[in-house]
Write a protein that binds this ligand. Structure first.
Ligand code: UTP
Length: 296
């Protein structure tokens, strides 16, 4: 019988080199997207999908992450004294979002290695993995759809999205077969960051996975792959090709996704989210229009 999934694993131990020097002393997952760190959007997404136990895989700069999801007694007392209840609620909100746990990765030896660090905490249950720099718009459904598929197929489920073929060398790319469901495919092959012009499709892996625990045994014997890192994609390929624990399925996401690990996409994400906000949009929209008229 399929088990109800309660655990989310959020790897946030990468070096974030694309964002240096901002990420010299701070994880990239703490970069603000408008006025919230990217990681808070991701934890909120997990909680909204019913996951109550969050394990964060942290690296050398873990303090900022831990502090963000903990109480800030002095700050809270000051806001309370000032009667600034709006800001007090914003600060307090992240304290009790979920049951938070942390484990260190040590050396950042790749996403597969980061996920393997969750083995003890996760045990023998299926679990979700959410990448801390990949945001899914809260108005679009992805994670709950994936959890549903995991339960009905009792297999591993990953999120896929159509990408421009010119960008496919930046992603893990899937070879797929159709299923009876329009938005679900069966994965038959995966390749991490294929060289330009060699991608087997335009379906890219995006940062959401619902994994069966058998992934850990595979990761334990997965050798370093692309970039000398232990790649989650390589372990998933073995699972798909050898049909281990029900194989691997993909949910094709057609909603809004923001990649905050890339500088250009990060700027776009902030603009897109800010124009839609009631507190910022009415002033930002006309300014943006005026500003864009000055560009040639
Ligand atoms: P990325 O490859 O986007 O992260 O990994 P990075 O290596 O930090 O980024 P750049 O390329 O140097 O700028 C995707 C996710 O996996 C985590 C990252 O924190 C990010 O959320 N990750 C990656 C780890 O936790 N550990 C690793 O060893 C590698």
């Amino acid at each position: 019988m399929a088990t109800k999934i309660t655990k989310a694993v959020i790897p946030a131990a990468g070096l974030g080199t694309r964002f240096l020097p901002a990420t010299k002393a701070m994880p990239k997952e703490m970069l603000p997207v408008v006025d919230k760190p990217a990681i808070q959007y991701v934890v909120e997404e997990a909680v909204n999908a019913g996951l109550t136990d969050v394990l964060m895989i942290t690296g050398r700069n873990k303090n900022a992450l831990e502090n963000h999801f903990d109480r800030m007694t002095e700050l809270e007392a000051t806001l309370e004294q000032k009667g600034d209840t709006d800001r007090l609620h914003k600060v307090e909100y992240s304290n009790d979002l979920a049951d938070m746990h942390y484990v260190r990765q040590g050396d950042p030896r790749g996403l597969g290695h980061a996920v393997l660090r969750a083995k003890m905490h996760v045990g023998q249950e299926p679990f979700a993995v959410l990448l801390g720099d990949d945001l899914i718009d809260e108005r679009d459904v992805l994670l709950s759809r994936m959890l549903e598929e995991q339960i009905s197929r009792n297999a591993t489920v990953i999120a896929l999205m159509e990408v421009d073929p010119a960008q496919s060398h930046m992603y893990g790319i899937a070879t797929v077969e159709a299923t009876d469901d329009d938005d679900v495919v069966r994965i038959t092959g995966l390749v991490e960051k294929p060289a330009q012009g060699t991608a087997p499709s335009n379906l890219a892996i995006i940062g959401r996975y619902v994994l069966r625990p058998e992934i850990f045994e595979i990761l334990e014997r997965t050798d370093p792959g692309k970039g000398g890192e232990i790649q989650l994609t390589d372990a998933l390929l073995e699972m798909a090709e050898s049909d281990i624990a029900g194989g691997v399925y993909g949910v094709v996401f057609r909603g809004r996704r923001y990649d905050t690990g890339d500088r250009l996409d990060y700027i776009k994400a902030i603009v897109q989210l800010a124009v839609e906000r009631d507190d910022l949009g009415p002033e930002l929209r006309p300014w943006l229009q005026q500003f864009s008229a000055t560009l040639d």
